[in-house]
Design a protein around this ligand. Structure first.
Ligand code: GDP
Length: 456
């Protein structure tokens, strides 16, 4: 990719809205925008300082397309580190597309997916971890998730990695100097001190790796299956949590025959809910397929919400439901607590991680359910202010660095030469460099930005 080429794209969603922003970035961004934009004040964009804007009109040749605000950013003080002009126009899909076409006609090239952020990375405006967090901010579905991604964007994780890298570099430099210049007066490398430094780095890496599961929960949510025999209130619960009628609620058993799915955010936790067909022995062919689907869904779930009807006696179908609560965290929801209880709670208690009573119909007990979910999935103390690793690339490299530190520690423990220790430390440093993007192949960079949207 040639960095001098000026690129452009619509940076806002491609939908009718109050405003749309067309971003132009590259050496010629300002002069190019001057060819299509006429400021009401007659000042040209080329005469304007960075971080200033002008009201004017955009033209395609002689045809006036729209009135808009042009904001000028001058390199390196822009998102990409290049000259940037952002045109804020009226948010119609058609008018925005026409303006973008005019920008192309003036000489800009269409931006590839993630190309603005890629340029920001290549121009040193952010490292690879921070660039990845931009996508995480965009795709966040809860406040905690945005907070965590913003934290990474602000360099919280990068700073920790940099600090560990710097510690290891100092150790590697000392080890190399000591080995290469024995005649010089270089202080001896102390085993104990080296072990303690490496152990501290390892502990920190372990902590970061452990944050991956929390990061995934914040970002992707918890795959949750709602199960129970027919008519216990599964669909009512689904609708309550979704905040609108997603599933059909009737007093006729067996109405949910397919899986109904919805993502909901409860107190900062995203649940990817699947309301399944009532699981029970059935002669109905369509219902049987639904039951089978429910069982399959369960095998890939991370949380099971088993619903029971408290107003009815515990029976054989309930017994079958209990069997579903296998290895995954499971919560027994004793529903219809607004009615007189006929249910033997002892029958379910020992089989579930948590047992709660609620009335889905009256929206009673949601708070208790959320607390139970948090305890059950160990997200109670999930702190979005901590630095979390969010993706597989970051996790794999962090784990590889940890393995190197383990090898270095092992070498020290069995009394191998410092050469072997140095090799492992240097390898760990190279994984840190790959993590932040300091030393990374074009292929990896392309892969990171591949998942971005055009305009970001
Ligand atoms: P599903 O077959 O398990 O999905 O059950 P539904 O959600 O369709 O509910 C079956 C019936 O139970 C409907 O008539 C609901 O209004 C009723 N129901 C659901 N939850 C409650 C509850 O908490 N209290 C009472 N009294 N009725 C409920």
């Amino acid at each position: 990719m040639n960095h001098n080429i000026t690129i452009a794209a619509i940076s806002t969603a491609k939908a009718s809205a109050g405003l749309s922003v067309i971003r132009i970035s590259g050496d010629d961004a300002i002069t190019l925008a001057d060819n299509i934009f006429k400021a009401k004040s007659n000042i040209s964009l080329s005469q304007m300082k960075g971080y200033t804007c002008a009201l004017g009109e955009v033209y395609s040749y002689d045809e006036k397309l729209d009135e808009c605000i042009a904001t000028v950013f001058r390199a390196p003080h822009s998102y990409t580190g290049e000259n940037v002009v952002e045109l804020s126009c009226h948010g119609g899909v058609y008018v925005t597309a026409r303006i973008l076409r005019a920008v192309y006609d003036a000489g800009a090239q269409p931006a590839e997916a993630g190309e603005f952020t890629k340029r920001a990375f290549l121009n040193g405006k952010m490292d690879l971890i921070e660039a990845e967090s931009v996508m995480d901010i965009i795709s966040s579905r809860s406040k905690a998730s945005v907070r965590a991604a913003l934290n990474v964007k602000d360099g919280a994780l990068s700073k920790r990695i940099e600090k560990m890298k710097s510690t290891l570099m100092n150790k590697a430099a000392h080890l190399n100097a000591w080995a290469d210049y024995p005649e010089e007066d270089i202080p001896e490398v102390e085993d104990i001190e080296l072990i303690s430094t490496l152990q501290a780095v390892k502990n920190e890496l372990d902590e970061i790796i452990q944050s991956y599961d929390n990061g995934r929960i914040l970002k992707d949510g918890i795959d949750t299956v709602i199960a129970g025999k027919p008519n216990v209130g599964k669909s009512t619960l689904m609708n309550l949590l979704a905040g609108y009628d997603k599933s059909i609620v009737t007093s006729v058993a067996g109405t949910t025959r397919d899986i109904v799915e919805e993502s909901v955010t409860l107190d900062d936790i995203v649940l990817n809910l699947s309301d399944t067909a009532g699981i029970h022995k059935t002669g109905d062919e369509i219902e049987s397929i639904g039951v089978e689907k429910a069982r399959n869904k369960l095998s890939a779930a991370s949380l099971l919400l088993c619903v029971f009807d408290m107003s009815r006696e515990f029976d054989d179908d309930d017994k079958d439901i209990i069997k579903l609560a296998g290895d995954i965290p499971s919560i027994a929801i004793l529903n219809k607590c607004d009615l007189k209880s006929a249910f033997d709670v002892q029958q379910v208690k020992e089989h579930f991680t948590e047992v709660i009573c609620m009335s889905a119909k009256n929206a009673d007990g949601v708070k208790e359910l959320v607390q139970a979910i948090k305890r059950c999935c160990a997200v109670g103390d999930l702190n979005s202010n901590h630095t979390l690793i969010y993706n597989e690339r970051q996790r794999t490299l962090t784990m590889k660095a940890t393995t190197c530190i383990d090898e270095a520690l092992q070498a020290l423990h069995i009394g191998m030469t410092f050469d072997a220790v140095t090799v492992s430390i240097e390898e760990a440093i190279s994984y840190f460099c790959e993590l932040t993007g300091e030393r990374v192949t074009d292929e990896v960079v392309d892969r990171v930005f591949h998942n971005f949207c055009v305009g970001k």
